[in-house]
Structures are given as structure tokens and as C-alpha cells.
Design a protein around this ligand. Structure first.
Ligand code: CA
Length: 236
């Protein structure tokens, strides 16, 4: 019996948790199920899941509160599963240390991609793999050390801030980064959380990188949340 990756599904709706569990089993993961926050919090230390899928709407505790409790003692990747109307919670969860989110209803391939990305980042964070000095995806190349960006071998001239934004997103490729997170990383914790500056920079970045800035191939907007860089080639 191989040592399979354990995914804890914290979800009170049977239909959804059964669907997720079946999908995970079919893809060689071991699903664990918790229907309440209480159950989940007792299962995490005893089962040590590799990834947690957290539904924000649970009967006994606010999803945000569970996340805070988990983060007091564990850095296990947490993917928030949010329903419509929970947009604010989703952003708060990301800023409180959730690794990513997925919105209901979602498809199998999207779910599996989010889990793979979360696992990869948790391995990188624990220092077990070396993060390459070059990011490559669909003709876009970013050389972090040389601070050089090319698209289909053509040089792209980014300002210093633009380069910082692009590298930050590339280093978390596949994951959504919230507006507040990006602003804090770039301008520090006391910066005014003004998304407008970020939007202006992103418009310039897209004009330089994307073939069609209106339908980007590299950096996607997650409306009301933040930005997500395309996954690297050959890594999913
Ligand atoms: Ca629910």
C-alpha cells in the first residue's frame, strides 16, 4: 500500500464532500471527512493531513475561526472552498494564511490543480526542493537573478515595480495572491491599501506581456480577490 497523500475535507454538505472524496480517491489521494469544525480540529493532529479543503460555511464554527485555530500551530496547506456571497470571507481567509481558494461550483480538474499547487508550495516552503532561478510558462520566461523577462525570446522592459509584481506572482504561480498581500509585499505593511495603483501597474504589465491584454494568458484577475500567475510548464 503506497503512502498516499491525505486530504482532509471539512464540509457539512454530503453531496459535495462525497463528490470531492470520490474524485480524490480516483486520483490516488486518501480523502478524510469532517462534517463539523469540532470534528476537523480533533482530526488534524491525529491524522496529519497533507492538505485541507475548508468549507467556509459550517454549522458549528465560522470557517475563518477554524483557519485561525489551525494556523496557531500548523502550516498545512489550506484551500478554502467558498460559496457565492462569501467573497469577503474568501479574501479575509487568504490574508489570514489560507493558501488558495476554489469557488463552488467547481470542476474536477480545477480542484486537482489547486491541490497540486498547494502541495508543491508546501514542499518548497519546507526547503525540500530548490526553486528554480528561471520561471517558464507558455513562452514567458522570467530570470529572477538577472531580472530579465522575455516573451517568445523578445525582451520585455518592465519598471522595477512591475518586475517585482511579476516575480512575486511567478514565485507563487498557480496560487491567487490578494491585492492586500501584494501591496504589503511591495510597499510594506503601512502602505495605503489602494488597489488603484496596483491596477494601473497591472494594466502596464499586461500591455507589455500579453498578446491581448483584454484576455490575458499569463496573469489572471480573480475578481474582487487578486491576481494569479499561470502555472509553470511541465510542473503540473
Ligand atoms: Ca457548508
Amino acid at each position: 500500500m503506497p503512502n498516499r497523500i491525505k486530504v482532509l475535507i471539512i464540509e457539512d454538505e454530503n453531496a459535495i464532500s462525497n463528490f470531492i472524496a470520490a474524485t480524490l480517491k480516483a486520483n490516488d489521494y486518501t480523502p478524510l471527512l469532517a462534517k463539523t469544525a469540532g470534528e476537523a480540529l480533533s482530526m488534524i493532529p491525529s491524522h496529519c493531513p497533507d492538505v485541507i479543503l475548508l468549507d467556509l460555511g459550517l454549522p458549528d464554527m465560522d470557517g475563518i475561526e477554524i483557519l485561525k485555530k489551525i494556523r496557531e500551530w500548523s502550516q498545512v496547506p489550506v484551500i478554502v472552498v467558498s460559496a457565492r456571497g462569501e467573497e469577503g470571507d474568501k479574501v479575509e481567509a487568504l490574508d489570514l494564511g489560507a493558501d488558495d481558494y476554489i469557488a463552488k461550483p467547481f470542476g474536477t480538474s480545477e480542484l486537482l490543480a489547486r491541490i497540486r499547487t498547494a502541495l508543491r508550495h508546501s514542499v518548497q516552503n519546507s526547503g525540500n526542493t530548490h526553486m528554480g532561478d528561471v520561471f517558464a510558462a507558455k513562452g514567458l520566461k522570467i530570470d529572477f537573478e538577472k531580472r530579465k523577462v522575455t516573451v517568445d525570446e523578445n525582451d520585455v522592459h518592465l519598471t522595477q515595480i512591475e518586475f517585482k509584481i511579476v516575480s512575486l506572482l511567478a514565485k507563487s504561480a498557480g496560487r491567487v495572491l490578494t491585492y492586500d498581500f501584494i501591496i504589503t509585499e511591495l510597499w510594506g505593511p503601512y502602505a495605503i491599501k489602494d488597489n488603484q495603483i496596483l491596477r494601473v501597474n497591472m494594466a502596464n504589465i499586461r500591455r507589455k506581456l500579453e498578446k491581448n491584454p483584454a484576455s490575458p494568458e499569463y496573469i489572471f484577475t480573480e475578481v474582487g480577490v487578486g491576481y494569479r500567475m499561470i502555472e509553470e510548464d511541465n510542473k503540473s
